[in-house]
Design a protein around this ligand. Structure first.
Ligand SMILES: [Zn+2]
Length: 308
């Protein structure tokens, strides 16, 4: 496909992918740049049944669609719904709710909810390289506001200790590089420093706040502490990048997701991290990145709802 044919806006994407032949070819080219490969046996020998948009493999003699082995597998919804959904999620500024997605696509809220979670799974970065150079580390608290809760749930939670239903999110950001964040079990020294050593190359410059859990990091890193109370920004020693990300994240959480179950919080985080890390790309670029990541990932309804 030439650059001039690429959709540039959501409306163009909806029109473009409304043609299932176009949508299928688009995903096939992205998934198999050198031609279709059987997801079951790896054979490249096949015939295409254009009326059904499926390939018949000459290796294992089975049929496969472009959806097999991707987040779209087993979904009765066509790529004409899925691709605009990926576009919407990859490019939403403050996140998108399942109600909003359902209305936009003309599918039920339940279907939209499942689509959202599958797309978020694709957006997980899955990068295992350690961060290096100048690295900011900061933690924040995220919790449902009582006024947004269902009355029964509120009654249950109010009786607990203050802040009990808050989740701790730890962020690690390489300046001019990737930002990572995840829900952590607590703010104990061993927990936080375990994540830092897992994600950051020894010897890197690490900037944190005064939290005592970070003391001792100077044994492994060039550790510098940011004292917010002093309103003191010593040239390089600040965590402004992460604080910027936290404010974007919280704007999305409070504005769009009325209540986020702690169980699902990490998926919302993945979505926001995806948008943040690819903020230099245009809408088509973010869409293509999310779609490329959609291959080879699967999430069942049971996994999502914890019914395993
Ligand atoms: Zn095969």
């Amino acid at each position: 496909m030439s650059a001039g044919q690429q959709p540039g806006t959501l409306l163009e994407a909806i029109r473009y992918f409304a043609d299932l032949d176009v949508a299928t070819e688009f995903v096939a080219k992205l998934r198999w740049p050198h031609g279709p490969v059987c997801p079951r046996c790896g054979s490249v020998e096949h015939s295409y049944l254009s009326t059904r948009r499926i390939w018949k493999c000459k290796g294992c003699k089975k049929q496969f669609s472009v959806k097999l082995g991707t987040i779209f597998e087993d979904s009765p919804l066509g790529l004409d719904k899925w691709l605009p959904a990926v576009w919407l999620v990859a490019n939403s500024k403050n996140g998108i709710s399942s109600h909003e997605l359902g209305r936009s696509l003309g599918v039920t809220q339940k279907s939209a909810w499942f689509m959202l979670h599958r797309i978020r799974l694709a957006m997980q970065t899955g990068s295992f390289d350690k961060l290096d150079g100048e690295v900011e580390v900061d933690e924040t608290y995220i919790g449902g506001k009582a006024r947004n809760m269902h009355p029964g749930v509120r009654k249950q939670k109010i009786t607990g200790t203050g802040g009990h239903n808050k989740s701790v999110v730890l962020g690690i950001r390489q300046r001019d590089g990737e930002t990572r964040a995840g829900v952590v079990s607590d703010v104990k020294r061993r927990t936080l420093q375990g994540h830092v050593t897992h994600h950051v190359t020894p010897g890197a410059a690490v900037y944190t706040d005064l939290h005592s859990a970070y003391s001792g990091l100077d044994e492994t890193y060039a550790h510098e502490v940011v004292d917010h109370a002093e309103r003191y920004v010593d040239g390089r020693a600040h965590t402004n990048g992460l604080e910027n990300f936290w404010s974007l994240l919280k704007r999305g959480l409070h504005g769009t997701y009325v209540s986020v179950e702690p169980f699902h919080l990490f998926r919302y985080l993945d979505e926001r991290l995806f948008a943040y890390n690819l903020r230099e790309l245009n809408d088509f670029g973010r869409f293509a990145a999310a779609l490329a990541a959609a291959s080879g990932r699967r999430l069942t309804y049971a996994e999502l709802t914890g019914q395993d």
